[in-house]
Design a protein around this ligand. Structure first.
Ligand code: NAD
Length: 234
């Protein structure tokens, strides 16, 4: 169903479920489409634990490029509308598959990051995790001597259980689910919206193109995230 009449103000609790498409208007390409990272790089060489063990310097060269590219971009109106709704209604939940940190830079205070963040480092040896925004990295190694690892869910990694629990809680208690800019191709994240649907929430997909999960949604809004969010915010 196409419907322009969905407004945030008509719902009690809104959950946003966002993917790479939300950041396209900021200039960050999706991974798979035109200009996508995986057309240029093999994930097997740069985005999995096996690659990191084999060649940590190469993996860091790749991630430093991603950090620099994300840092050079600004949040767009879509990020800002989500942040503004969360400011006005603090029970608005934001679940993202994005690792770029743009929602937080737009002012979101509570974001469940299912796939981690480019801006957090984790020591595989002593498990320390901290934020780091330096470009280039001040050091690629922890004081213990081990290479920092980007705190990102790479290919073949499991999702973090705390993030999954937080996402499930939010999705099971919302009455409006707005999925934005996600192809629904990356599992297990792609299954999460079904929790809100099963709970009876109205579900809206925002995407300029049809996706393999479009048929699951009550409402599909075909257009860029910023424009569609602006309409819902009015
Ligand atoms: P995806 O690349 O599989 O799908 C992106 C979707 O966004 C597509 O369906 C596309 O039609 C849609 N889209 C394109 N422009 C849009 C716009 N202006 N407004 C709304 N939608 C638009 O992305 P995914 O489902 O998030 O899965 C890819 C995986 O790669 C995720 O794990 C994600 O974390 C990661 N990723 C993250 C970033 C980022 O942090 N910005 C960028 C690329 C990939």
């Amino acid at each position: 169903m196409q419907q322009a009449g969905i407004k945030f103000k008509d719902f009690k609790r809104v959950v946003f479920f966002t993917g790479a498409g939300l950041s396209v208007e900021s200039g960050i390409p999706t991974y798979r489409g035109q200009g996508g990272v995986w057309n240029e790089y093999r994930w097997e060489d740069y985005a999995c634990e096996r690659a990191f063990r084999r060649d940590p310097e190469g993996v860091w060269d790749f991630h430093e490029k991603q950090r620099a590219a994300a840092a050079a971009c600004e949040p767009n109106e879509g990020h800002s509308i989500i942040a503004e709704l969360q400011r006005l209604r603090p029970d608005t939940a934001v679940i993202t598959q994005n690792i770029d940190g743009l929602l937080q830079r737009a002012g979101c205070t509570q974001v469940t990051e299912l796939h981690g963040s480019l801006w957090r480092l984790r020591c595989p040896r002593d498990r320390e995790v901290h934020e780091d925004f330096s470009i280039p990295l001040a050091s690629r190694k922890c004081d213990c001597g081990a290479y920092w690892r980007p705190d990102i869910v790479w290919f073949e990694d499991p999702l973090d259980n705390n993030a999954l629990d937080a996402a499930s809680d939010a999705l099971s208690s919302c009455d409006l689910l707005v999925s934005i800019g996600t192809s629904g191709a990356v599992y297990p994240a792609a299954d999460l919206p079904r929790i809100a649907m099963a709970g009876g929430a109205t579900s809206v997909e925002v995407n300029p193109d049809e996706t393999m999960v479009s048929h699951l949604y009550d409402v599909t809004l075909r257009g860029p995230a910023s424009k569609m969010l602006r309409q819902m915010f009015e």
